[in-house]
Design a binder for this molecule. Structure first.
Ligand code: NAP
Length: 634
C-alpha cells in the first residue's frame, strides 16, 4: 500500500517515543493523523508538530490534518469512540498503529494485591488494548472495503525473554503471536504486522539498563523504526510478518523460513477436495498434439516438430492420462533438445530420438488405470516428467503431484520455484543476516530466489537487464537492484558490498560467473544454477576454462556448489507444499510474463522469447485456452 497524501492514520501512544516519531513521519507523507494518548500535554504537542509538517499538503483543507484524542486505551468505550471520531473526521482509516505501551516497574513476584497492581495494567495496555485496537481497526477497514494496514508495536522482549521484565516480555510476546496469527486477514485486504525493535532512545528506552543497551550495540535511531513500519505498510507481501530491528543485524524477519519450517505442517497428502472430480469432465480424444524432438540441436525450433499422435488406450493399470492446461518454459529446454540430458556424447544421445519435449505442466486427470487408488479422475495435478509440451500425457500415476488448481502460478513453482527453494537450502545452506546475490533475478527462477532469500531475513542484491525487470525486483523487496543496462555490476558490488556476498545464486555463466566469483566473500557459497549465456553459442554449449578457480576458492575458504533439480526429487513435494503455503498466505508472489502463448504449436515461439532476454517472470504456454477460461470461472 503506497502512502499517499490524503490517506489517514490513527496512532495510539502517539504522544511520545516511537508513536510520536511515527506520527511525524506519517504527516511528512501527507497523511491525516489522529494521535490517541493518555497525556494531554504530549498529545497536544505532537498534534501541533503534525499540523506544521503537513501544512504543505493540506494548507487549504477544511479538515484538520492532526487530531488529538485523549484516551486511556484500556477503556474499551473511550477507545471505540476515538476510532469513531477519526472515521467521522477523515471518512475512513488506512493505517492503524498500535504503539501505546507500559513497563511494569514493581516486582511482579512481590505483588499481593490480587488484581489491582500495575502488572495487570501493563498486560491491559500492552496486549489487551492492542487486540482491541486491531479488532476495531479491522472492522472499520472491512466495512470500507478498501485495503488497510495495521502495525502493532512489539518489542525484542516479545522475541526473547527479559528476566527482569517478565510481564512486559510476556505481554509483548502475546502481541507477536497475536499478530502473526492474523496473516489470513490479507484475504480481506487487511495486513496486520508487528515490529520488534531493540531499544530506541525514548523515555521508555532510557529506563533500560544501559549496560544491556551497550551490549546490543547501542540505541536504535527513530528512523530505523520508521523505515521498518513503512516497509511493512508498503510491501503488499507482508501479512502476519514480524520484523525484528536491531543494531547488530538490521532488519530481520522473524522467524526465518528455516525456523518456520521446523514447526509448520505442510500437508503432503492430497486434500479430500483435490482428489474429487471438481473440474469439468474431459473427453478423451482419439488423437492429440505434442512437441517431439526429431533432431539433436540447441536450436529448439530446428530440433522439434509438432506431431499429431493417436492416444494409446486402454491405460496401463498403474498409469494416468492427464489433460495439460499450462506448460512451463525453461532456459534448459534447449539443452534437452540438444540431447545433453541423456548423454554428453552426441551418438549415445541420438539413440533416444525421437523423444517428447517439455519439463513441467499442470492439468487435470482425465482417466486412471485400474490399480490407481490415490488419485481420482478430475483431480488437478502437476507433472515434472519429460513431455509436458503436449495436449495429453500418459504417465505412471506415482509421478503426479496433487495441486489445488491447474493454474499458471503453480507451473512457475515447479522447476523454477523448486530450484530456488531447494538449492538455497541445500547447496547455499542459507540462514539469515547474509548478503545474497541473485543473477538473472527477474527471470523464472530468479524471482523465487530473491523472495526466499528476503523471507529468510537476508539482504538481497539482484542483477537484471531492463527497467521493467528492475521495477519487478524492487516490488519484490530486493534491497539493491542492479540493472546492468545502466550501471556496471562489478563497480556497484565493489563499492557497496566490499566484503563480498555470502551466497550467490548464479544462472548466467560465462563472464557473469567470473564476476560473481570475484564478488564472493570469505566462506561464501556460489551456487551454479545454470549458464544460460552459454546454451546457444554458435556450435552449441562448449565447456569453459575457469582459470585460477581453485586458487580463488582456496584463498577465501569458499564453496562453488553445483545444483541440478533432478537429483533432489525426494524433496519436490515438501518444497512445493512450502511454496504453495507461502503463496497462499501472501508471502510469496509469482510473476508471470504477460506475453500470451496459446496452444502447443506456440512452444517454439515461447522458448525463443525466453532466450531473447526480454521476458519478465515465468514464461508459460497455455496449452488449452478454452479450458483455462472454463477453469477461471469455477
Ligand atoms: P529465465 O531466468 O526466465 O531466463 C531469462 C533471463 O535470463 C533473461 O531475462 C535474461 O535476464 C537472462 N538471459 C537470457 N539469455 C541470456 C544470455 N544469452 N546471456 C545472459 N543472460 C541471458 O530462465 P529460467 O528458466 O528461470 O532459467 C534461469 C537459469 O536457471 C538458467 O541458467 C537455467 O538453466 C537455470 N536452471 C537450473 C536448474 C537446475 O536444476 N540447476 C533448474 C531451473 C533453471 P537478465 O538479462 O535480466 O539477466
Amino acid at each position: 500500500m503506497k502512502l499517499n497524501p490524503g490517506m489517514s492514520a490513527l496512532v495510539t501512544g502517539g504522544g511520545s517515543g516511537i508513536g510520536k516519531g511515527l506520527c511525524i513521519a506519517l504527516s511528512q507523507k501527507g497523511l491525516f493523523v489522529t494521535i490517541v494518548d493518555f497525556s494531554e500535554d504530549n498529545g497536544g504537542e505532537v498534534a501541533s508538530l503534525v499540523l506544521k509538517e503537513s501544512k504543505q499538503f493540506h494548507g487549504d483543507s477544511r479538515v484538520p490534518s492532526a487530531l488529538f484524542i485523549k484516551c486511556d486505551v484500556t477503556n474499551a468505550d473511550d477507545l471505540a469512540a476515538a476510532f469513531r471520531k477519526h472515521v467521522h473526521t477523515y471518512g475512513g482509516l488506512d493505517v492503524c498503529i498500535n504503539c501505546a505501551g507500559f513497563v511494569n516497574k514493581s516486582l511482579f513476584s512481590d505483588d499481593t494485591s490480587n488484581g489491582t497492581s500495575t502488572w495487570r495494567r501493563a498486560v491491559n495496555v500492552n496486549l489487551v488494548a492492542v487486540i482491541d485496537c486491531t479488532r476495531i481497526a479491522t472492522q472499520i477497514m472491512r466495512s470500507q472495503k478498501k485495503p488497510g494496514a495495521i502495525i502493532n508495536i512489539g518489542s525484542v522482549a516479545g522475541l526473547y525473554p527479559m528476566h527482569y521484565e517478565p510481564i512486559y516480555s510476556g505481554s509483548k510476546g502475546g502481541v507477536v503471536m497475536f499478530t502473526r496469527s492474523l496473516a489470513p486477514l490479507k484475504r480481506h485486504g487487511i495486513r496486520v504486522n508487528v515490529i520488534c525493535p531493540e531499544f530506541v532512545q525514548t523515555n521508555m528506552g532510557e529506563q533500560v539498563n544501559h549496560l544491556l543497551v551497550d551490549a546490543l550495540g547501542g540505541f536504535l535511531k527513530m528512523e530505523d523504526v520508521v523505515n521498518g513500519a513503512f516497509e511493512l505498510i508498503e510491501d503488499e507481501t507482508k501479512a502476519g510478518a514480524c520484523l525484528w530491528i536491531s543494531k547488530r543485524r538490521g532488519m530481520v524477519y522473524w522467524p526465518t523460513s528455516e525456523e518456520e519450517n521446523k514447526y509448520l505442517v505442510y500437508s503432503s497428502k492430497p486434500k479430500r477436495a483435490l482428489t474429487k472430480n471438481r473440474f469439468p469432465s474431459i473427453q478423451t480424444p482419439e488423437f492429440f498434439e505434442k512437441i517431439v524432438v526429431h533432431t539433436l540441436s540447441h536450436n529448439f525450433r530446428n530440433a522439434t516438430k509438432l506431431d499429431r499422435v493417436r492416444l494409446r488406450l486402454p491405460l496401463e493399470p498403474h498409469c494416468a492420462l492427464v489433460k495439460i492446461i499450462y506448460a512451463g518454459v525453461n532456459a534448459s529446454d534447449v539443452n534437452f533438445t540438444s540431447g545433453r540430458y541423456f548423454s554428453g556424447n552426441a551418438k549415445e544421445a541420438s539413440a533416444y530420438l525421437p523423444f517428447d519435449a517439455g519439463f513441467e505442466a499442470v492439468g487435470i486427470v482425465a482417466s486412471v488405470g485400474d490399480s490407481v487408488r490415490h488419485i481420482k479422475v478430475g483431480a488437478a495435478v502437476a507433472l515434472m516428467t519429460f513431455g509436458g509440451y503436449a495436449e495429453f500425457m500418459l504417465v505412471p500415476a506415482k509421478h503426479l503431484l496433487p495441486v489445488p488448481r491447474p493454474d499458471p502460478e503453480v507451473v512457475a513453482m515447479l522447476t523454477s520455484g523448486l530450484t530456488a527453494s531447494i538449492s538455497l537450502e541445500k547447496s547455499g545452506q542459507m540462514t539469515s543476516g547474509q548478503v545474497v546475490l541473485v543473477t538473472a533475478a527477474a527471470g523464472g527462477t530468479g524471482q523465487f530466489a530473491v523472495q526466499l532469500a528476503k523471507l529468510a531475513g537476508n539482504k538481497v542484491v539482484a542483477t537484471c537487464g531492463g527497467a521493467s525487470k528492475a521495477a519487478l525486483l524492487a516490488s519484490l523487496g530486493v534491497d539493491r537492484v542492479i540493472n546492468y543496462q545502466h550501471e556496471k555490476i562489478k563497480d556497484v558490488l565493489k563499492k557497496e558490498f566490499p566484503r563480498g556476498a555470502d551466497i550467490i545464486y548464479e544462472s548466467v555463466g560465462g563472464e557473469m560467473f567470473d564476476l560473481c566469483l570475484n564478488a564472493l566473500g570469505v566462506h561464501g557459497r556460489l551456487i551454479v544454477i545454470g549458464m544460460i549465456s552459454q546454451y546457444q553459442g554458435e556450435d552449441g554449449w562448449k565447456p569453459q576454462n575457469y582459470k585460477g578457480l581453485c586458487e580463488k576458492i582456496l584463498g577465501k575458504s569458499q564453496t562453488v556448489a553445483g545444483f541440478f533439480l533432478i537429483q533432489y526429487a525426494d524433496l519436490w513435494q515438501e518444497h512445493l507444499d512450502k511454496l504453495f503455503n507461502l503463496h497462499t498466505s501472501g508471502k510469496l508472489k509469482v510473476s508471470l510474463d504477460p506475453k500470451k502463448f496459446l496452444g502447443v504449436a506456440s512452444v517454439p515461439d515461447a522458448v525463443e522469447y525466453l532466450h531473447s532476454g526480454r521476458s519478465v517472470g515465468k514464461v508459460v504456454v497455455c496449452v488449452d485456452p478454452a479450458y483455462s477460461q472454463t477453469l477461471a470461472r469455477l
